[in-house]
Design a protein around this ligand. Structure first.
Ligand code: CP
Length: 326
């Protein structure tokens, strides 16, 4: 799979770029060339991410993981990434076990993480929390998801997965399906895919349509997304189907959630109408939107996608620390 990244991405960019000390709050903080350089570097991390090679690159460095919302992939893969680089991890997965419970502010918690560590990963339910944290910390802050806002490191691993599986993004038809209103992964990804020249289709119930602000940002890249509620209509031309969960926890009103839950289900019968080389992605967790039978088909790449979080996050931790593999 590594060969696909060769030639498409240009490692030479990396030598002219310095990411030391930068925050990663939004995918919009990066240029296309910077993204290409990060993804190219992530490719070199794969044997380390798999444990086939070892390194002490970040020996003596400490990463704080501050998770105010549940997570499996993002937290575990950041922790795996830091451990694989020879660094250490402190943090929490449950804020009620910290002094937040006594009323401490987010700003003060971030100040403490800044005092005790060299890099800070933050997941929070409030949109804008990571940007706020970056103002209170000298250490780089990596946004691991802020409410319905952004999830930039997920976006990088999604781009990495598409390039690895499909060789390029430009000209590929990519359908984003499900909760496009509250889904932070698709907000980040739609912007980046437009930047890379993909043909975009947005598939959702009307009440969960992609926000106007995201669409308006995309148009700067001369991309005109096609929006539909019909998965069947979108599927026939798609090279990539990016499925998302309809997120109960983001709905202010349970009745609104009940109206749309279960709207889409990707199963093997549906996939008979798809291109033979269609890949199906999902940031996970999934609930009912992808039938487990699909896991056995060559279309399913979502578990590989989840693994890709490790090399991509290793690359980021290395670059933000100003220590690169030779
Ligand atoms: N993709 C993702 O953000 O998964 P988690 O919520 O498990 O971290």
């Amino acid at each position: 799979m590594n060969n696909h990244l060769k030639g498409y991405l240009l490692p030479l960019f990396l030598s002219t770029m310095d990411f030391t000390g930068r925050d990663v709050v939004s995918i919009k903080d990066f240029s296309k060339k910077e993204i290409e350089a990060i993804l190219s570097y992530a490719k070199t991390m794969i044997p380390y991410a798999k444990g086939e090679k070892t390194t002490d690159l970040l020996k003596g460095k400490v990463l704080s993981t501050l998770f105010f919302e549940p997570s499996t992939r993002t937290r575990f893969s950041f922790e795996s990434a830091m451990n694989r680089l020879g660094g250490h991890v402190i943090g929490f997965a449950e804020p009620s076990a910290t002094s937040q419970k006594k009323g401490e502010s987010l700003a003060d918690t971030v100040r403490m993480a800044d005092a005790y560590s060299d890099l800070i990963v933050l997941r929070h339910h409030q949109e804008g929390a990571a940007r706020l944290a970056a103002e209170f910390a000298n250490a780089p802050v990596l946004n691991a998801g802020d409410g319905a806002g952004q999830h930039p490191t997920q976006c990088l691993l999604d781009l990495f997965t598409i390039i690895t599986e499909k060789k390029r993004i430009k000209g590929k038809t990519i359908a984003l399906l499900g909760d496009l209103k509250y889904g932070r992964t698709v907000h980040s990804l739609a912007y980046a895919l437009a930047m890379f020249g993909a043909e975009l289709t947005f598939v959702s119930p009307k009440s969960l349509a992609m926000p106007k602000e995201v669409i308006s940002e995309i148009t700067q890249f001369n991309i005109e997304p096609y929006a539909t509620a019909s998965l069947e209509a979108a599927l026939k031309d798609a090279d990539v189907l990016y499925v998302t969960r309809i997120q109960r926890e983001r709905f202010p009103d349970a009745e609104e959630y009940n109206k749309v839950v279960g709207t889409y289900k990707v199963d093997t019968a549906l996939l008979e109408k798809a291109k033979i080389n269609l890949i199906i992605m999902h940031p996970l967790p999934r609930v009912t939107e992808i039938d487990p039978e699909v896991d056995k088909t060559p279309h399913a790449v979502y578990f590989t996608q989840a693994f890709n979080g490790v090399p991509v996050r290793m690359a980021l931790l290395s670059l933000l620390s100003g220590r690169k593999l030779a």
